[in-house]
Write a protein that binds this ligand. Structure first.
Ligand SMILES: NC(=O)c1ccc[n+]([C@@H]2O[C@H](COP(=O)([O-])OP(=O)(O)OC[C@H]3O[C@@H](n4cnc5c(N)ncnc54)[C@H](OP(=O)(O)O)[C@@H]3O)[C@@H](O)[C@H]2O)c1
Length: 232
């Protein structure tokens, strides 16, 4: 598949200094700060769809909506829905229809589901989302082509680690926004940004740092992972 036939893919993640994206406690760990959350909101508002893995839907219960009323109004004035479409993927279909992914806002919702869990998933959330038979296993490359066919030109991937790792290892990311929070988690039970993998960027092929920006007490590192990523 050529790059032009898939959406522009922007990965977004916040980590601790020691590379954790969460801790092992029940509560969701806040890594970002208010100004950075506003920046993330602006990035969301610039996208046609936001994707998170089913693990993040279960663990974080995110709304995945544009928060700023001004940005929502601008999108609507431009003929777009107030918030991007929400997208998730699942192999097991263990999704709760009361999760905010399904209940918050009016955005289109897409669930890319492995064939084996299709019936169960349609029973659970079929009234609330379009459940797509995405084969077994779900291939991120195929998923991106399907999203392009649905008019998605710019996709934000907000995690978690399993999903980020697949897009990175498959060379399907154009840009990475990595935010470093000023503390350590230091708990091996907590998830890290990505685990082991055969990534296209390594000591012999370094990624291009397009920008480093301080945002209060966090730093944003913006990596250009393909030629489609502009420097500014
Ligand atoms: N700091 C941050 O920026 C940030 C952002 C987002 C999330 N997080 C954290 O990340 C953690 C969750 O990460 P995670 O790695 O456990 O979960 P995840 O990446 O959100 O989701 C993994 C799940 O997605 C489904 N999936 C992934 N790839 C698939 C494929 N190719 N085919 C079919 N299904 C696929 C599977 O769902 P099923 O199990 O349903 O089959 C899999 O268990 C949480 O702790 C959350 O707080 C942090």
């Amino acid at each position: 598949m050529s790059c032009a036939t898939r959406p522009y893919v922007l990965l977004s993640c916040a980590t601790s200094i020691d590379g954790y994206i969460d801790d092992a406690a029940d509560q969701r760990l806040l890594l970002s700060n208010a100004d950075d959350l506003d920046r993330v909101d602006a990035v969301r508002a610039s996208c046609d769809a936001i994707l998170v893995g089913a693990g993040t839907v279960r663990r974080d219960d995110p709304r995945l909506l544009v928060r700023s009323a001004h940005r929502r109004a601008e999108r609507v004035a431009g003929g777009r829905p107030a918030s991007p479409a929400k997208v998730t993927l699942t192999a097991r279909g263990d999704l709760d229809p009361t999760a905010r992914f399904f209940t918050a806002g009016e955005s289109d919702r897409l669930v890319y589901c492995a064939t084996g869990a299709l019936e169960k998933t349609r029973e659970r959330v079929g009234r609330l989302a379009t459940v797509v038979d995405a084969g077994d296993p779900v291939d991120p490359d195929w998923l991106l082509r399907d999203l392009a066919g649905r008019g998605v030109r710019r996709l934000m991937v907000e995690g978690g680690g399993t999903v980020h790792a697949q897009f990175l290892a498959a060379g399907l990311a154009d840009e990475l926004h990595l935010v470093i929070a000023p503390f350590f988690v230091g708990d091996g039970r907590a998830p890290r940004f990505v685990g082991e993998g055969d990534f296209p960027w390594h000591p012999g092929r370094r990624a291009r740092l397009a920008e480093a920006r301080q945002i209060g007490d966090v730093v944003l590192l913006r990596y250009a992972l393909s030629d489609r990523c502009a420097d500014t």
